[in-house]
Design a protein around this ligand. Structure first.
Ligand code: PXP
Length: 262
């Protein structure tokens, strides 16, 4: 990795979310495709980390997948989970590199909206304390909203992952003005989070079309991308899809920060 591909604040990491490999497996009750095999392939293609969300209803990733990922990955696992006692116990049993706390509703198709930290500060603070004590890096998946960023910082989260879903949806629907406004919100909250000492990540709904504008924010240190990559893998293979996403991220960084920026 050449220096010119880095922002003044550091290299942009790519976390590959392999949930939807498990979605395809579970659709037929088979034991393939194996999300761990996909994770190893993602590692080989240059993923800096693997993300997996163990949902309460186990609709994609299952407990055994988390166990297998913990045993076989060489890159860090980012374990996405709801703020429930059950998930906290699972995280404390495995102690993954990072836990990302997400809101979760059974009836939703995917994670809609960010975690409500501002109105639930005490509960979330109590919830993350043992995870931090165990050595997990705690990330909170939040909307690009000042009150949420401030609360995340106040309760001692190390990382915030900003919800990029609205921006990506507006962009794909051709709603240019709404996309622009959302992008500006993401930009401002990346800066604000960084100014408070938080490490800023972004994720949800990112595609080849939406990745560059988010990758260009110098404060953003990690992107977590899943559904689009797994879908694209049907056409080009997972290795190629990941490498192309990585190349777009690198190009966005290089275009923004130019030659020689370390
Ligand atoms: N980040 C978080 C916190 C998520 O919940 C998800 C979806 O599981 C992602 C990133 C990845 O989103 P997508 O699959 O849309 O790329």
């Amino acid at each position: 990795m050449s220096d010119r591909l880095q922002s003044p604040l550091g290299r942009l990491r790519l976390g590959v979310n392999i949930d939807h490999v498990a979605t395809v497996r579970n659709a037929r009750g088979s034991d393939y495709p194996d999300p761990v095999r996909a994770a190893k392939l993602a590692e080989a293609a240059g993923a800096d980390g693997i993300t997996a969300h163990l949902r309460e209803d186990r609709r994609h990733i299952r407990d055994a997948d988390i166990e297998a990922l913990m045993n076989s990955l060489t890159v860090p696992l980012n374990f996405e989970m709801a703020a429930t006692d059950e998930m906290q116990q699972i995280a404390l049993r495995h102690v993954p590199h990072a836990v990302c706390i997400v809101p979760e509703k059974r009836e939703e198709r995917t994670t809609e909206g960010g975690l409500e930290v501002a109105r639930d500060e005490n509960r979330i603070a109590d919830f993350i304390a043992p995870l931090k004590d165990a050595g997990c890096r705690v990330s909170l998946f939040i909307a690009a909203d000042e009150a949420q960023v401030l609360s995340a910082s106040r309760i001692g989260a190390e990382v915030v992952e900003l919800h990029a879903g609205a921006y990506c949806d507006f962009l794909s629907e051709g709603r240019t003005e709404a996309a622009h406004e959302e992008l500006e919100r993401l930009r401002a909250m990346s800066q604000y989070g960084h100014s408070l000492g938080l490490e800023v990540h972004a994720g949800h709904g990112i595609t080849y079309d939406s990745v560059a504008s988010i990758a260009a924010f110098p404060e953003v240190m990690e992107l977590n991308i899943g559904h689009f990559l797994i879908g694209e893998a049907i056409f080009s293979g997972l290795d190629s899809a990941i490498r192309r996403m990585r190349a777009l991220m690198d190009k966005a960084r290089a275009d923004t920060f130019g030659e020689g920026v370390a």
